[in-house]
Design a protein around this ligand. Structure first.
Ligand code: 5AD
Ligand code: SF4
Length: 440
């Protein structure tokens, strides 16, 4: 989401006449889109402030002195806003980024958090400046109502709000018409996406009618509508909450030929007691049942998850339940996070007594299981012929992704493959990468 927000910021600044520079020292304006999920990300901002101050000092000594304006936005906790206002010229709420050119021009008051900001999704409709010509992110909702005990998102992004379905469909259609081949639908909790649509204006769109001339679009329905857009493209999405991930989405994924058979379904822990104190509202058995249904409907589904190791009070035995779940589910990928205590969250008062070394050890244990299951899953690909969307090139090696989001390395001397679907045959499996040759 921060990457996507940065593309909207770039879009706004470009429209206002700014140009992108790769050299920090040459910049008139630096905008930092920060993340507050872990304290380590917040700490990195402090070192950036030092760097920016050095540039500002150096500028003052130059004869042709032009000032540097620095802006902090993204996911910022209220407490940190007050701290960072010392280091940045402006601290701007992400929903107010449309006002950025005006603020820079008028040098509006330093702490802009008092600006009356849009409480809706208007900022998500700002035209982004996409870095890629073939892969794009499209936000569908923002905010979160779940208040997982460890998480800052409900505080930094506030409550859930969904973008109108018409705007999303229009944006995706426009991207596909312009040759984009991979669309990532984004939201902190996409499964609770919900918008109302005017059925008079969109007569071909059907959903649960709530009145004569309007109906409700759920996430499953949105996937189905996007799937109807003509063109050659894949749709992926993130993030999902297991409690809201239901059969209707499984069916939409199974039936939609554009919808990628890949799912990140964050389980966070494999222990019911830990899940309860994380405030996750599902049990391990319910999670496993959803995976079972998913695999039944989409046998080639590729699965990843998010985990937090060392959540306050997580015993060795409780952690072993996560290891057990990893062995049972046989994930393709997992994002394993060491618990970071966050001010203002429900878990803050539970302390953070599990030692850093112990968290590291638990992270390694899960990674060891994951490496084995990922390799075993990848071996099933050897000999298969499939499409890969090539996204980069280094020397004579191309890199891309399958529709199941598997990383593939293709050796070829051919030119101009980046940004295209290429048919390949998988020749070798590694835990994190498949190797392949092009089929002519
Ligand atoms: N500490 C460690 N990891 C966290 N995450 C969220 N909050 C924390 C925290 N306080 C992880 C969760 C989530 C992912 C985006 O970040 O696993 O799914
Ligand atoms: Fe954070 Fe996701 Fe939980 Fe929302 S659902 S509070 S974003 S971990």
């Amino acid at each position: 989401m921060n990457f996507s927000d940065s593309e909207r910021i770039a879009g706004i600044l470009e429209t206002a006449g700014y140009e992108k520079t790769e050299a920090l020292a040459k910049a008139d304006v630096i905008v930092v889109t920060m993340c507050s999920i872990r304290q380590s990300a917040v700490d990195r901002i402090h070192s950036l402030v030092e760097k920016f101050n050095k540039i500002k000092q150096a500028r003052k000594l130059q004869t042709t002195h032009y000032p540097l304006q620095t802006v902090l936005t993204g996911c910022v906790l209220k407490r940190d806003k007050n701290i960072f206002i010392e280091g940045f010229d402006y601290v701007l709420d992400i929903k107010d980024i449309a006002q950025l050119p005006k603020i820079l021009k008028n040098k509006t008051s330093a702490n802009t958090s008092q600006l009356c900001h849009d409480k809706d999704t208007k900022y998500l409709d700002i035209a982004p400046k996409h870095e890629s010509k073939f892969t794009a992110t499209v936000p569908i909702m923002t905010g979160c109502n779940n208040f997982c005990a460890y998480c800052v998102v409900p505080y930094t992004r506030e409550r859930e709000i969904s973008r109108p379905a018409e705007n999303i469909i229009k944006e995706v259609k426009n991207l596909v018409d312009n040759g984009y081949k991979e669309i990532w639908l984004l939201g902190q909790n996409v499964n609770s996406y919900r918008s109302q649509i005017n059925t008079n204006k969109n007569s071909r769109i059907f959903a649960n009618k709530i009145s004569e001339n309007s109906c409700v679009i759920s996430f499953a329905k949105l996937l189905t509508l996007i799937n109807q857009i003509p063109g050659e493209f894949w749709v992926r999405y993130t993030s999902s909450h297991p409690k809201d991930f239901k059969q209707d989405v499984i069916s939409a994924m199974a039936e939609g030929n554009h919808i990628s058979p890949y799912l990140n379904l964050p389980v966070q822990s494999g222990d019911n007691k830990v899940l309860k104190s994380m405030n996750r509202h599902y049990t391990v058995a319910q999670y496993k049942e959803k995976i079972k249904q998913l695999r039944k409907a989409i046998p080639n589904i590729c699965l990843s998850t998010d985990i937090i190791v060392g959540f306050p009070g997580e015993t060795k035995k409780q952690f072993e339940n996560t290891v057990k779940l990893f062995k049972e589910i046989k994930y393709d990928m997992a994002y394993i996070n060491k618990y970071s205590k966050r001010s203002g969250t429900l878990a803050y008062k539970l302390g953070d007594k599990i030692l850093a070394d112990e968290k590291k050890c638990r992270e390694k244990t899960l990674n060891d299981v994951l490496r084995k299951t990922a390799l075993a899953n990848n071996k099933k690909y050897v000999g298969k012929e499939l499409l890969v969307l090539i996204d980069s090139k280094k020397d004579n090696k191309y890199f891309g992704r399958t529709n199941t989001y598997k990383l593939v390395e293709v050796t070829s001397n051919k030119k101009g493959l980046v940004g295209n679907f290429i048919k390949v045959k998988i020749t070798k499996a590694n835990p994190w990468r498949l190797e392949a040759k092009i089929i002519n």
